[in-house]
Design a binder for this molecule. Structure first.
Ligand code: FE2
Length: 279
């Protein structure tokens, strides 16, 4: 059974009326992304939001997030990033960010023929992430429970180094080798969907494809020198669309949130259409 999963990440929403770093309208940019999603010809079956949902973990920010996400009329699956507060997130979205018996935002969901496994890499009061033995044990059980179907795992901190040095220092710093070994025993895992990097990056990890996406708001500069400073940009925001086909294989698309001209049919003179679209 096919499935289409929307991924949004690093929304960094603030309380109504506030701007990130005093200048980035993260709410307006999220609304722009949601308009792009609403214009898609095929409606996603569900959405997973891979952390940094708000910028400061406050109840007021989660209230604003809830208001902004209201038009997204599909099942939502949320998880925390380092800018989130686990308890505040759960209180604002008890149905979309449930806690497991250990108190982590770790749960599973079925989307068509796809099993989604959500992991919580949050370390309170820290920027880096961790998968401690309790979280990994839970994941091991979750994977054993679904050997017979395609799986995607969603988590905030990517488990691979990216070459963006200042971010790698606050990446997933605990549980990486254990996660690698665990995934190698589970070839049913089609994707590891991550956030944190505010850029589209892919890496083979644990025998599966691990990837990050652009933020719906601001991006991180593509700075690969070892000593590059932490800088942000207003490169175009975007979203992910992960399509599982009827044979159980997944393809992943990157959509852009920024308005653009088109689509135009091939085989016709689009000059006039383009001129009208760009007025
Ligand atoms: Fe972020």
């Amino acid at each position: 059974m096919s499935a289409l999963l929307l991924q949004l990440t690093d929304l960094h929403i603030l309380p109504a009326g506030e701007l990130a770093y005093g200048q980035i309208d993260t709410a307006g940019l999220l609304q722009q992304t949601l308009r792009a999603v609403a214009a898609l010809e095929r409606r996603p079956d569900a959405a997973v939001l891979t952390g940094d949902l708000v910028d400061n973990g406050s109840a007021a920010a989660y209230a604003q997030l809830r208001t902004l996400l209201a038009p997204l009329d599909m099942p939502l699956y949320l998880l925390p990033g380092n800018h989130d507060d686990r308890q505040q997130l759960h209180q604002a979205f008890p149905e979309a960010a449930p806690l497991n018996a250990d108190g982590f935002v770790q749960y599973t969901a079925d989307i068509g023929g796809l099993r989604l496994i959500v992991l919580d890499t949050l370390v309170p009061e820290a920027s880096h992430g961790a998968l401690c033995p309790r979280r990994l044990s839970w994941l091991s059980d979750a994977l054993e429970d679904c050997r017979d179907r395609p799986v995607v795992i969603a988590m905030h901190h990517p488990p691979f180094t990216t070459g963006i040095d200042h971010m790698d220092k606050i990446g997933l710093l605990e549980g990486v080798s254990e996660l690698d070994a665990l995934l190698r025993r589970h070839p049913q895992v089609q994707r590891l969907l991550c956030g944190h990097m505010h850029r589209p990056i892919q890496c083979l990890f644990g025998g599966t494809l691990a990837c990050t996406l652009p933020s719906t708001a601001h991006q991180l500069a593509l700075d690969l020198p070892d000593d590059a400073p932490a800088q942000w940009t207003m490169e175009p925001p975007g979203f992910g669309l992960h399509l599982l086909d009827d044979q159980g294989l997944m393809v992943s698309h990157l959509g852009t949130s920024t308005p653009f001209a088109g689509p135009f049919p091939f085989g016709t003179d689009s000059t006039q259409l383009l001129a009208q679209a760009t007025v």
